[in-house]
Write a protein that binds this ligand. Structure first.
Ligand code: NAD
Length: 423
């Protein structure tokens, strides 16, 4: 239960995000005037989205959200999620995480997030298009290249971004690619955005593995989630010489002690949309995947999967969080006591927003960078952020999540202090 004044955003993920923030703010002795402001988002928008069903049963309405957490350092940035359990509190929590993430990698954005409470797998392509266009129209005054720039998240993809960009462009009267990132390359999308989050995550594998005495070559890796993040994390991990022994999605998982053929899994998913029916290993469920005997666990699906109930069963020595908020605060304590190194979401999955930032810069300049330029810069930013977080962890004698948050919150607090209060 959140404190009385914060009922609007009540949700398990918001309570987690706020709990993390309060703990770190206290540790940093953060100015209470600043922490009061950062505990809640600056803007929270709720819209209703009517859309016509294909089957002629009439018009249905959905809830949509866009939350902008901090507007101090430039435009806000964050993905849009389509999922059946999306709510304002979850979106607000994810917006807060985005603020810290951008600050940790030194990108000049505040955090935002959006969502529509809908199961996209139950809608036709035409219905998703109608929902997307109306959602965009409802939030249009609050987004734009210099205001707030959406990107894909769970349940949305390049095509959804293309429809947002088109709707926005039609309304403002000119083509505006910089209003979203994660677009198809034909519309000014970055050639390396699709793989960016998974690639960025795995770019940290050598240094993180080294820190826990694991050799990347042959290291057994389990990846939960085989969407945008999970599939490219699995691919990059196998290309780096690790052995991906387990993968999963919402339909269930697979285990293969000799290593799963990730290319074959990608081909399967392109054809069938889920891993169901893929014959590359033995069937396991998602709960089993989290406690598998392996060196590295990469949760890349949804939030709150590692909890006080199952953290004690984790056998991996290294957890790299591709998903946002996969580990609860209670699970963190258990994992720390077991000596498991957790590379936290706000650092580990920052490759997505980093390449989104490149895409936005490229769109504003009408100049496209090559894949090798993008990947080189991504690696440089990720490894510098990792080193800086490690340095903070050493100084404060703390875990990586706390250190990353100290770094991110400090940067945002400095910006707030420098601007002062208007009027
Ligand atoms: P996606 O929709 O492309 O894929 C999600 C995957 O997780 C799918 O394979 C789905 O089947 C699976 N899944 C969903 N619910 C599950 C469950 N309960 N158990 C097991 N698997 C489940 O989404 P995505 O873009 O890959 O995002 C995944 C996570 O990564 C989210 O937490 C998101 O916020 C985070 N993230 C995404 C990006 C990005 O660039 N897309 C960047 C940073 C963080």
């Amino acid at each position: 239960m959140l404190s009385e004044g914060l009922r609007e955003w009540e949700s398990p993920l918001y309570a987690e995000a706020l709990g993390q923030f309060d703990r770190v703010a206290q540790l940093m002795d953060l100015d209470p005037n600043i922490s009061e402001r950062l505990r809640v988002p600056q803007r929270s928008i709720i819209v209703t989205i009517p859309y016509r069903r294909d089957d002629g049963t009439g018009v249905k309405a959905l809830f949509g959200y866009r939350v902008q957490h901090v507007l101090t350092m430039g435009p806000t940035k964050g993905g849009i999620r389509y999922a059946p359990d999306v709510n304002l509190g979850e979106v607000a929590a994810l917006a807060m995480l985005m603020t810290w993430k951008c600050a940790i990698v030194g990108i000049p954005f505040g955090g935002a997030k959006g969502g529509v409470r809908v199961d996209p797998t139950k809608l036709s392509r035409a219905e998703i298009q109608r929902v997307t266009r109306r959602y965009t129209a409802e939030i249009i005054d609050f987004i734009g290249p210099d205001k707030d720039i959406p990107a894909p998240d769970m349940g949305t993809d390049e095509q959804v971004m293309a429809w947002i960009m088109d709707t926005y462009s039609q309304q403002v009267g000119h083509t505006e690619p910089a209003v979203v990132t994660g677009k198809p390359p034909a519309l000014g999308g970055s050639v390396a955005r699709r793989e960016a989050t998974g690639r960025g995550l795995v770019s940290l594998l050598p240094v993180a593995a080294n820190q826990c005495g694991i050799k990347v070559e042959g290291a057994r890796v389990a990846v939960q989630g085989f969407g945008n993040v999970g599939r490219y994390a699995a691919l990059a991990a196998s290309q780096a010489g690790a052995k991906v022994v387990a993968i999963s999605d919402v339909s269930g998982g697979l285990y293969n002690a000799t290593g799963i053929d990730i290319e074959a899994a990608l081909t399967h998913i392109d054809k069938h949309r889920t891993l169901e029916g893929f014959a590359g290993g033995d069937a396991i469920d998602n709960a089993t995947l989290l406690s598998l005997d392996c060196e590295v666990l990469m949760p890349c699906a949804t939030g709150g999967v590692l909890t006080a109930d199952n953290a004690g069963d984790v056998k991996a020595r290294l957890i790299m969080e591709g998903a946002n908020g996969p580990t609860t605060g209670e699970a963190d304590k258990i994992l720390e006591a077991k000596g498991v190194l957790v590379v936290p979401d706000v650092l580990a999955n920052a490759g997505g927003v980093t390449v989104s930032y490149f895409e936005w810069v490229q769109d504003l300049q009408n100049y496209l960078w090559s894949e090798s330029e993008i990947v080189g810069r991504l690696r440089e930013i990720m490894s510098r952020a990792y080193e800086e977080v490690q340095a903070v962890a050493r100084i404060h004698k703390t875990d990586m999540r706390t250190a990353a948050l100290i770094k991110g919150i400090k940067r945002v607090a400095d910006a707030k202090l420098a601007r002062g209060v208007y009027p």
